[in-house]
Design a protein around this ligand. Structure first.
Ligand SMILES: C[S@@+](CC[C@H](N)C(=O)[O-])C[C@H]1O[C@@H](n2cnc3c(N)ncnc32)[C@H](O)[C@@H]1O
Length: 241
């Protein structure tokens, strides 16, 4: 049975939504369910201000002034995002995660102090991206997106020309797009997509630049799991020109 919290996002049915993975795992109980009831309303971007119109000013979502705005699409269970919000209190973070169990873990673990500089949606990250005003985001993370291995599923991959145009639109000039994966075919795909896009240039000059984590890198849950299997990560950073 679908969790009641997912119904909250069905109000956005009129919005274009591209979600292909599962949105729910094991039934939610206890603290995680409580977190969805209590913390989510506190830090959720209200559905009625999400639109296709690029008219949502990120600063309007926060009480305080922030020196930069970051967006993470598909933050999973949110461990990396929480650490980032704690380490960088002068930055405001926007996040999107449609998988309710991931969101519930994130909400259960987020410290009260991080609720100040964090806003999220439990839905397709591109809905949030299409709402945000042009040139207002400093950095976008898409970390270990679903690989969709089968050729006939490649069109589901989130990094494609259409979505890159939207991400470029909301990035400030010289803003960064950070893409990671440990799937070689997906690394090639994302790199080719971004390199073929007129708005992005790849920062890497040598293999070391993309095969080693950037300075101050915070690992995601997926990356930590992959590390046990000694899989090779690619860290691909592009600048919006
Ligand atoms: C392989 S997991 C990686 C999670 C996390 N980034 C990490 O590295 O641990 C991919 C995540 O992307 C999320 N996802 C898939 N499609 C999405 C979309 N359109 N918008 C936002 N998140 C999405 C999935 O629910 C899942 O949590």
């Amino acid at each position: 049975m679908q969790d009641k919290h997912l119904n909250n996002t069905e109000g956005s049915a009129y919005k274009k939504r591209s979600l292909f993975g599962r949105r729910q795992g094991r039934a939610l109980k206890g603290e995680r369910s409580v977190a969805l009831d209590t913390v989510l309303p506190e830090i959720q971007v209200p559905d009625d201000i999400l639109s296709e119109a690029h008219d949502l000013v990120p600063a309007s979502l926060f009480k305080n002034y922030y020196s930069a705005y970051h967006l993470e699409i598909g933050f999973g269970h949110g461990e990396r995002l929480i650490e980032d919000t704690q380490k960088n209190k002068d930055i405001a973070f926007l996040g999107a995660e449609p998988f309710i169990n991931g969101m519930a873990d994130f909400l259960k673990n987020i410290p009260e102090s991080s609720c100040k500089n964090t806003r999220v949606i439990m839905d397709d990250g591109m809905i949030l991206a299409r709402s945000i005003t042009p040139q207002s985001i400093d950095k976008i993370y898409v970390l270990n997106p679903d690989p969709w291995h089968k050729t006939r599923h490649h069109k589901r991959r989130i990094i494609n020309q259409e979505n890159l145009t939207i991400l470029s639109h909301i990035l400030k000039p010289n803003g960064k797009l950070v893409l990671t994966t440990d799937v070689p075919d997906l690394a090639d795909w994302m790199c080719t997509q971004a390199n073929n896009h007129p708005d992005f240039v790849w920062d890497a000059k040598t293999k070391t630049d993309w095969s080693t984590p950037p300075q101050d890198w915070i690992k995601t849950r997926y990356e930590l799991k992959g590390a046990k299997g000694a899989k090779k990560m690619a860290y691909m950073i592009f600048t919006k020109i």
